[in-house]
Every structure is written in C-alpha cells, then in structure tokens.
Design a protein around this ligand. Structure first.
Ligand code: ACO
Length: 381
C-alpha cells in the first residue's frame, strides 16, 4: 500500500477519531458543552463535585447523589503511609508532574480492583483518584518548602480542603470561587493530547491507572498543560514589580512580546489547535483572574497580562488559551509555578477517567498507520 504525503494528517490535525458524548467543542461559536451544558453556566452555578458526577454519569446529580459522593470523597483523601513514603523518596528538585505520575502509578499498584475493568470498578477507581489527587499535589508543594503534611478535613468540600491542605488555612470565599472556576474549566476538553493518550492506552485494555499515568505524561509538555507554568515563567522573565503601576507593567510586557515575536519565539499560553478565534474558556477564567488581581491588590499583574495579550493580538491575531489566565491566577493564590500543571491534573482527572470509561464501553484498539520514508529494502552483507 502506498500513501501520498498529502494524505498524512500530521499531528492528526482535523482527524475525527471517534464519537464522544462527554463534551462538545465548537470552534466556530467558541463554545464548550459538558454533556450538553455550557461550561460557563457550570462554572457559575455548580460545584466541582457536581461537575465530576456530570462528566462520569451523564447528568447532574440530585441532592442525595451529591451527598453520597461528598461523603465518599471526603473519606478517601488521605495519603497512605506507603504512598507518602514513595513521595518522600523523590527528590525535591524533580518536577511535581513526576510526583503526580508516580503517585498514580502507586495508587494503581495498591488498588485491589486495579485489574477489574468492569464499569462499576472503573467508576470506583475514578472517584478514588479524584479524592486522592489534592493530597498528592498539596503535600508535594509543602514538602518542597520544608513544610509538614496537613491532614485533610472532612468538614470541608473538595476545593476548600484542597487549598486548606496546601496552605494551612480555609480560603477566603473569593479565592475558593476562583479556584473552583479553574477546576471546572480545566475538567474536560474532548480529544486533547492527554485525553487521547488515556483513550489510546485504555484501548489496549490496559488498566485505568496505566491510562491516567500516560495522560499525566502527555499533559506535562508545554504545548499542552505545561503552558500554564510557562506563562508564569514569561511573567517572571519580564519581571513582576509589585510597586509598579498597571500602565508601566503593560508597557514593559508589550516591549517583551514585540521582541519575542521578532525573534520568532513561540509564546506559551497563546494559540490553540482547535480554537482559532479565541478559547471558549478564557472569558470566564479571565474574569476569575481579574477578581483575584482586585482581591490581592496587584494591578501590575493586570498590566503584564493585558500588555502581552494586546501585543500578540496586534502582531499576529493569536488569542490566549485557558492556560494564559489560569497561570497568574494560581500564582496570586500562592501556588508555586511548578504546581500549576499538577492542579490541571487534579481537575482533568474527571475528564480523563470519563473518557477511559467511554472508550471501554465501545472499544476498538487505537492503531493508526504510518507512511514509511526510510531506506529501500537492503540486506546484511
Ligand atoms: N506564539 C507565537 N506564535 C504562535 C503561537 C504562539 N503561542 N501559536 C501559534 N503560533 C503561530 C505559529 O508559529 C505558526 O506560525 P507560522 O504559520 O508563521 O509558522 C502558526 O501560528 C500556526 O501554529 P501551529 O503551532 O502550527 O498551530 P497548531 O494548531 O499546531 O498549534 C499550539 C497549537 C500547539 C497550541 C500552538 O498554538 C502553541 O504552541 N501554543 C503555545 C503552547 C500553549 O499555550 N499550549 C496550551 C494549549 S491549551 C491547553 O492545553 C489548555
């Protein structure tokens, strides 16, 4: 069989690989639906726990279902001593995504249902992963700062407890709201690189934890989830000066961007494979960022944010993606830059696990073809 080069869809761009009922991305209308609901509505009106149940079950939960899940989640948050020991054995200068990837691997090895691929067992595994991830992310940030583990509090919901385990205080309602909005927006986005990786691994009938471990590896890269961290590195490179006015910061950011584009640099946090006229999630996340800028009184961050975005828009017409407002939001909340992508992991755990279950419900091994362009047949002399 011969393949013309024009038949090759490099990066699978434009290829429709399967159907999904989990989310619909519409780049023409800049819209994103989770199981039919606009993501903006979910971010405004629903808790992250409700959104998780929506993604897994197909419908929003009633009060009893939500209460039952909250009881389960709040009692499955603790790191086992074995998992804590494994995390403690990892160097504090490794990337926190390495810790997430390793932790999910350990959780898989410890899970008695690991090899049970029934829908019931996989839903249970999804809920356990959802509940366990905040403790991994929070503890990893703490140990890097030389701080001790904070035990979870069962009286707090998912987002309050996540921030409590990281910083030791129950967050202000404003901070919790912005954090929850980011979790909802990061939860799901159809066949992105990490989700497709999870589905590919699941399609071989490997277990749920293997699929999620692979997805975490895919998310780490700066062309995907790692971009939220890279955005903050850009801010740091420009220089965050707390005493600077918004206008001054905007001016310096514009100069930086003009220079970066003149050098043909790719600036992380801008552009998207699917959205070409703007990411549907950005207005909601941007509004959460602006709330945080106001709450913490950090106008210089607004200047940097607007300066880069305006300059990129004027020069290339390329719009920000979700990682652009999410990065500085997490910075203002007090997260270390390298913890940003692990926060994305905790959120996307919902979408990944929903996709693994959807893949298995109607599975076909994912195995594309390739066009060979190596040497012609030859023989060993
Ligand atoms: N900075 C500068 N130029 C850019 C950027 C950017 N961020 N994104 C795209 N371009 C330019 C490219 O240089 C290219 O220009 P050219 O035609 O003159 O060569 C053109 O726009 C098309 O870019 P591609 O990379 O081919 O577009 P593609 O659809 O393959 O890429 C991608 C999408 C990978 C996201 C790209 O925009 C990018 O690398 N962005 C930065 C990384 C990033 O922010 N990733 C997060 C994605 S969203 C998420 O994971 C939540």
């Amino acid at each position: 069989m011969t393949t013309n080069n024009e038949d090759i869809k490099k990066g699978l761009a434009g290829v429709v690989a399967d159907t999904t009922a989990i989310s619909k991305v519409n780049p023409d209308t800049n819209s994103l639906l989770y199981r039919g609901y606009p993501v903006q509505e979910l971010a405004a009106k629903c808790s992250f726990e409700e959104v998780a149940l929506l993604l897994w079950n197909g419908d929003l939960p009633d009060q009893d279902e939500l209460t039952e899940f909250r009881d389960f989640e709040s009692t499955h948050r603790e790191l086992s001593p074995e998992l804590k020991a494994v995390i403690d054995a990892l160097p504090t200068d490794c990337h926190p995504m390495d810790v997430c990837r390793t932790a999910v691997s350990v959780l898989g090895a410890q899970d008695p249902e690991s090899e049970d691929d029934s829908p019931e067992a996989n839903l249970l595994k999804s809920k356990k992963l959802f509940a366990a991830m905040p403790a991994v992310v929070a503890y990893d940030q703490r140990r890097r700062r030389g701080d001790a583990l904070i035990a979870p509090r069962e009286d707090l919901d998912y987002c309050d407890n996540f921030l409590y385990m990281t910083f030791g205080d129950v967050p202000a309602p404003e901070v919790k709201t912005a954090f929850q909005v980011s979790m909802v927006l990061y939860a799901e986005h159809s066949f992105n690189c990490s989700t497709f990786t999870a589905r590919t691994i699941a399609s071989s009938l490997a277990d749920m934890h293997s699929a999620i471990t692979g997805a975490i590896g895919a998310l780490k890269g700066p062309l995907h989830g790692g971009a939220n961290e890279a955005v903050m590195n850009t801010f740091d490179e420009i220089g965050i000066r707390k005493d600077e006015s918004e206008k001054e910061a905007e001016h310096r950011a514009k100069e930086w961007m003009d220079q970066a584009l003149a050098e043909k640099k790719k600036v992380m946090g801008f552009g998207h494979r699917v959205y070409k006229h703007g990411d549907s999630r950005v207005p909601t996340m941007q509004s959460a960022l602006f709330d945080m800028i106001k709450y913490f009184g950090r106008e210089e961050m607004l200047g940097l944010y607007n300066g880069l975005a305006k300059s990129m828009d004027e020069a290339k017409g390329i719009k920000p993606n979700l990682d652009y407002p999410a990065g500085p939001t997490y910075h203002l909340m007090g997260f270390d830059t390298q913890t940003f992508t692990p926060l994305f992991v905790a959120a996307r755990m919902t979408g990944w696990t929903a996709h693994v279950m959807e893949q298995l419900a109607d599975n076909s091994l994912i195995r594309p073809l390739s066009a060979y362009n190596g040497p012609d047949e030859r023989h060993v002399k």
